[in-house]
Design a protein around this ligand. Sequence first.
Ligand code: 5GP
Length: 122
Amino acid sequence: GLRDTAPATIFDRIISGEIPAEIVRQDEHILAFRDINPMAPAHILVIPKDRNGLTALRRATAEHTDILGRLLVAAGEIASDKTLGFGDGARIVINDGPDGGQEVNHLHVHVLGGRKLGNTFC
Ligand code: 5GP
């Protein structure tokens, strides 16, 4: 967005096609691609194409309601797509800020699956 003055990230270069990614789904609003360092047999990131200030979920306001819904709907569709390597369920994660383990300052939803995951979150 025009008022998003935070530095661009590697994800902008994936969105622009400047660096390659294994894209699994996209539309006008969202892009989903395989994580380069997968933490599970299936590990996909879902991001907004326009960050619009969403460096992190903690920046979310009411103006982001539509894109946040779109990201979660896409995450659910991806998690139920067995052709992408998912089985009967997945884990949907948003790392937020340094204490949350976030490294890329462009909101992204992790979709992890392809095996039975444990119930330890940290
Ligand atoms: P975070 O730790 O910020 O929640 O997650 C960032 C994720 O982006 C990490 O899981 C990391 O492996 C992934 N990642 C970082 N750089 C790239 C890249 O250039 N391509 C892809 N496909 N994933 C990346």
